[in-house]
Design a protein around this ligand. Structure first.
Ligand SMILES: Nc1ncnc2c1ncn2[C@@H]1O[C@H](COP(=O)(O)OP(=O)(O)OP(=O)(O)O)[C@@H](O)[C@H]1O
Ligand SMILES: [Mg+2]
Length: 772
C-alpha cells in the first residue's frame, strides 16, 4: 500500500528525475506521512482529467510509477516543490480513499518473455529515429543523444526517450502502460516517426514563410533604393511610362488630350510602379491614346456608287434605298452644317435593317461598328464608369470608337425600342446626348473625363416598332419603315443573296447540288413562317449542310460524285415534316368563327377567333391567354350585340340570363393584346348567337365601341402583307384608316380589296351569310 500522488499533466517514467509542485492539501498530507516512512516512496499516477480538483479512485489511471521522494522544499505560499525519481511502473489493483487521501494497492506486472536480439534491434532503430527527432525538435539539445544511447537496457532507454518527447498525456500514459518491453519500443517507434514527420512539415512551412518575408523585405529595400537613385539622377520614368511617353509623342492628339496625358504621366512617375494606383493611371493613359481623336477614314460620297452597293447587297426595298440615298445626298450637300437627323430603320426581325446599315458604311467607304441597346438599363454602359471604381472602363460608345479605329465610322445602335431604365440612371437620356448633333461634339464619357467629338460619326438606329422608342429620342430620328417580305420577294432574296452565300459556306457548287425553284418556294411556304428571311436562311443552311454531308459520305465510300437535285418531295427527307403554322384558315362558311389581323413586333399575322353558345347563366368566358385590353374589347363587343339585337336580326331576343358564351383565340405564338381585334370578336360572337355563317376569304381589323362604331387601328401595312401571305384578299378596314391605305406603296395593296367600314353592322351584313 502506497499513498497516491495524482499528477495533473505529467507521466513519470522509471529512471527519470522529475520536479513536481504539489498544492492540494490532501496530497500534501499524504506526502508528509509517506516522508516519515523508511523508503519515502509514493505512487504517482496521471489524472484522467487534469481539471479534476479532488480526484477520487475513478479519476486516475491505474498504471503509474512508484517514485522516491529525493527532495522536499516548502514554498512560502504553502505549496511544496518535490523532486521525484521514477523507480518502477506498477498496476494498481484498487484505489482506496482514506481520510480524504488516496492509497493504492499495487501489483507488479511481469514484462513477459522477450527475445534479446529483437529488443536490441528495436532499441537501435528507436535511437536512430530519436536522433532525427532531436535534430528537428526546436528545443531538444543535440547533447541529449549521447547519454540516451549509452543506456543499454532497451526498456530503460525507451522510458528515457519517452520522458524527453513532447507528447500529450494520453500517449505518454499508453507508453507507460506497455509492461512488455518490445511493445513499448514498437509504440515508441511509431510515435517518434509520426512526430518527426510533423516537425519536418512544420519546419518546411516555416522556412517557406520565412523566405517569402525575406523576399518582400528585399523588394521593399530595392524599391526604396531605386527611388533614391532615381531622385539622385532625376530619372523619373519606369519603362512603361517611357513607352507611353513614346506612344503619346507619335500619336495625333488634340491639345486638351495631350496635356491630360502629360499630367497623368507626371503623376505616374510619382507613384511606385508596382502599386495598383500606377496600374490605374497606366490603363487610363492607354485609353486616352487608344481613342481615335483625330483619325479619319477617307469618305467617298458618290450617290451613284452608293446606289450600286445598296442594290448589289439588297433585293427590292426600293423606297428604303431611295430614302437612304436622299439622306446621304443631303449630308453631302449641306456638310456638317446640316442639322441631320439620325436615321432609324424600323421593321420586323430579319428584314435587313442591320445589313442595310452595313451597306451604308460600305457605300461611304467608312468603317462599320454596331452594338445593341436592348435591355440596357445602366447609364454607365453608354457613358462609362468613373475612374474611381475598380475595373472601370469607358462606355460602349468610346469602346466602339476604339474598335473602329477612326472617328467617323458608321455606328449602328440596334434595338433602340428595347432600351430600359431604372435606378442606375436612364441610358436613353445619355443616348440623347450622343445622338443630338447640337451636343455630341463634346460628349463626355465618365471614364475619359475629357470630351469626345462624335459629330463625325454617322449614327443609324434600328428598332422593331417605333411606338416604344422614348419620345425625345424618336423626335430626333428620321424613321424609315421596312415591311415584311412577301413570298415572291423572299424567293428572290434567297436566290440572289442567301443561296450564293450558303453555297460558299457549305463548300458546294451548282455542280454538286441544285435546289429546284419549286422546292425553294416550298421551303419558303412550308418551312419558314416569319416576316423577314432569317428562319429561311437557317433552313436553307441546314439543307445544304445535310447535302454536303451526304456528298462527303459518298466520297468516303468511294462512290463517284453525283449531282444532288432537290425537288419538293425531297424536302421532307432533309428538313423533316413541313412546319406549316397551325392556322386553319376556314375554306367553308362556318358559324362562330372569324379571321382577324394582328400586328406585333415580329410583323403582321392572322388571328382566328372562335366563339360558341351554350346554356348558361349569361357569362362570357374568354380563353387563349388574352391581355386585359383584349378582354375588355370582347365585353364591349358583346355589350353592343346584346343591346342592339333587335336592330341587328329578325330573331327573337334570347333570354340573356340563360345563355353562356365562350370565346377562344387559338394561335398561341402571337401575343394577344390591343384593341384591334374588337370587330373580329364581335363577328364571332354574333355568328355564334345568330347562327349566321362567316364567309371565307374575308379578314378584318378594327376597334369596336359600345355603340358599334368601328375605330381606326395601326400596322395596316404589316396586316395587309400577312393577309396576303395567307391568301386572303378581302379586308374590312375602319373608314378612318382610309388615308393610310392611300399612302401605302402600290405593291403592298396590289390585289387587295379593301372595304372601309364605320359601323359594325356593316361588317355583319357583308361578312356573314344566312342565319338572320
Ligand atoms: N432585301 C434583302 N436582300 C438581301 N438580303 C437580305 C434582305 N433582307 C434581309 N436580308 C438578309 O437577311 C439576313 C438578316 O438581316 P438583318 O440581320 O439585317 O436583319 P435585321 O432587320 O437587322 O433583323 P433584327 O431586327 O432581328 O436585328 C441577313 O443575312 C441579310 O443579308
Ligand atoms: Mg439587326
Amino acid at each position: 500500500m502506497l499513498y497516491v500522488l495524482p499528477a495533473r499533466d505529467t507521466v513519470i517514467f522509471p529512471g527519470v528525475l522529475v520536479p513536481i509542485f504539489v498544492g492540494r492539501p490532501s496530497t500534501l498530507k499524504a506526502i508528509e506521512i509517506a516522508a516519515t516512512a523508511e523508503k519515502r516512496r509514493i505512487f504517482v499516477a496521471a489524472q484522467k482529467n487534469p481539471e479534476e480538483e479532488n480526484p477520487g479512485p475513478a479519476d486516475v489511471y491505474d498504471v503509474g510509477t512508484v517514485c522516491e521522494m529525493l527532495q522536499m522544499i516548502r514554498m512560502p505560499d504553502g505549496t511544496m516543490k518535490l523532486l521525484l525519481e521514477g523507480k518502477e511502473r506498477k498496476r494498481c489493483r484498487a484505489y482506496v480513499l482514506q481520510d480524504s487521501m488516496l492509497t493504492a494497492d499495487l501489483v507488479s506486472v511481469p514484462s513477459g518473455y522477450v527475445d534479446n536480439d529483437r529488443l536490441e534491434a528495436l532499441r537501435q532503430e528507436v535511437l536512430r529515429e530519436f536522433e532525427s527527432y532531436v535534430t528537428y525538435h526546436p528545443r531538444l539539445p543535440a547533447e541529449l543523444i549521447q547519454p540516451v544511447s549509452a543506456i543499454k537496457d532497451p526498456g530503460l532507454a525507451a522510458d528515457m526517450i519517452a520522458a524527453h518527447m513532447t507528447l500529450d498525456v494520453q500517449r505518454k500514459q499508453s507508453l507507460l502502460e506497455c509492461f512488455r518491453v518490445d511493445s513499448r519500443l514498437e509504440l515508441l517507434l511509431k510515435y517518434l516517426i509520426s512526430e518527426t514527420e510533423m516537425l519536418k512539415l512544420g519546419r518546411e512551412i516555416h522556412s517557406k514563410v520565412q523566405k517569402e518575408i525575406d523576399q518582400n523585405q528585399r523588394e521593399y529595400f530595392l524599391r526604396e533604393q531605386l527611388k533614391a537613385i532615381q531622385e539622385e539622377l532625376k530619372i523619373d520614368d519606369s519603362p512603361e511610362a517611357q513607352d507611353l511617353r513614346d506612344r503619346a509623342a507619335k500619336s495625333e492628339l488634340p491639345d486638351y488630350v495631350r496635356s491630360k496625358v502629360e499630367s497623368e504621366l507626371k503623376r505616374m512617375a510619382k507613384t511606385p510602379s508596382m502599386s495598383p494606383e500606377s496600374t490605374v493611371i497606366r490603363n487610363y493613359v492607354e485609353w486616352l491614346l487608344d481613342v481615335p481623336w483625330l483619325k479619319k477614314s477617307e469618305e467617298r460620297l458618290d450617290i451613284d456608287a452608293a446606289k450600286k452597293v445598296l442594290d448589289a447587297n439588297h433585293y427590292g426595298l426600293k423606297r428604303v434605298k431611295d430614302r437612304l440615298l436622299e439622306y446621304l445626298a443631303v449630308r453631302k450637300l449641306a456638310g456638317k452644317s446640316s442639322r441631320a437627323q439620325i436615321l432609324c430603320l424600323v421593321g420586323p426581325p430579319g428584314v435587313g435593317k442591320t445589313s442595310l446599315g452595313k451597306s451604308v458604311a460600305q457605300a461611304l467607304g467608312r468603317r462599320f461598328v454596331n452594338f445593341s441597346l436592348g435591355g440596357m438599363r445602366d447609364e454607365a454602359e453608354i457613358r462609362g464608369h468613373r475612374r474611381t471604381y475598380i475595373g472601370a472602363l469607358p462606355g460602349r460608345i468610346v469602346q466602339k470608337l476604339k474598335e473602329a479605329g477612326c472617328n467617323n465610322p458608321v455606328m449602328l445602335l440596334d434595338e433602340v425600342d428595347k432600351i430600359g431604365s431604372d435606378f442606375r440612371g436612364d441610358p436613353a437620356s445619355a443616348l440623347l446626348e450622343v445622338l443630338d448633333p447640337e451636343q455630341n461634339s463634346h460628349f463626355t464619357d465618365h471614364y475619359l473625363e475629357v470630351p469626345v467629338d462624335l459629330s463625325d460619326v454617322l449614327f443609324i438606329t434600328t428598332a422593331n416598332v417605333s411606338h416604344t422608342i422614348p419620345a425625345p429620342l424618336l423626335d430626333r430620328m428620321d424613321v424609315i419603315e421596312l415591311s415584311s417580305y412577301l413570298p415572291e420577294e423572299k424567293y428572290h432574296i434567297a436566290k440572289d443573296h442567301l443561296l450564293p452565300r450558303i453555297y460558299k459556306e457549305s463548300g458546294l457548287t451548282k455542280k454538286d447540288a441544285v435546289l429546284s425553284s419549286a422546292a425553294l418556294k416550298a421551303v419558303i411556304a412550308d418551312y419558314s413562317h416569319e416576316s423577314g428571311v432569317r428562319e429561311l436562311d437557317r433552313r436553307l443552311s441546314t439543307l445544304f449542310r445535310k447535302i454536303a454531308r451526304v456528298a462527303l459520305e459518298r466520297e468516303e465510300r468511294g462512290e463517284a460524285p453525283r449531282k444532288v437535285s432537290i425537288g419538293v418531295k425531297d424536302l421532307a427527307g432533309y428538313l423533316g415534316a413541313p412546319h406549316r403554322p397551325d392556322v386553319r384558315i376556314p375554306r367553308e362558311p362556318q358559324t362562330g368563327l372569324s379571321v382577324g389581323l394582328a400586328w406585333t413586333a415580329a410583323g403582321g399575322d392572322v388571328l382566328i377567333i372562335e366563339a360558341v353558345k351554350m346554356p348558361g347563366k349569361g357569362e362570357l368566358q374568354l380563353t387563349g391567354n388574352l391581355g386585359k385590353v383584349m378582354q375588355e374589347s370582347a365585353m364591349t363587343a358583346l355589350g353592343f350585340i346584346k343591346s342592339h339585337w333587335r336592330e341587328l336580326t329578325n330573331q327573337a331576343e334570347p333570354k340573356w340570363g340563360g345563355v353562356g358564351l365562350h370565346l377562344h383565340v387559338p394561335e398561341g405564338a402571337i401575343p394577344k393584346d390591343g384593341p384591334s381585334a374588337g370587330i373580329t370578336m364581335a363577328i364571332s360572337l354574333f355568328s355564334a348567337l345568330s347562327g349566321a355563317k362567316y364567309r371565307p376569304g374575308y379578314a378584318m381589323t378594327g376597334e369596336i365601341s359600345l355603340r358599334g362604331d368601328v375605330l381606326p387601328i395601326g400596322g395596316l401595312r404589316e396586316k395587309t402583307l400577312a393577309a396576303k401571305r395567307y391568301g386572303i384578299y378581302n379586308l374590312f378596314i375602319p373608314e378612318a384608316n382610309r388615308a393610310d391605305v392611300e399612302d401605302m406603296e402600290p405593291w403592298i395593296k396590289q390585289g387587295v380589296h379593301y372595304v372601309f367600314v364605320s359601323q359594325a353592322a356593316q361588317v355583319f351584313e357583308e361578312a356573314l351569310e344566312g342565319g338572320r
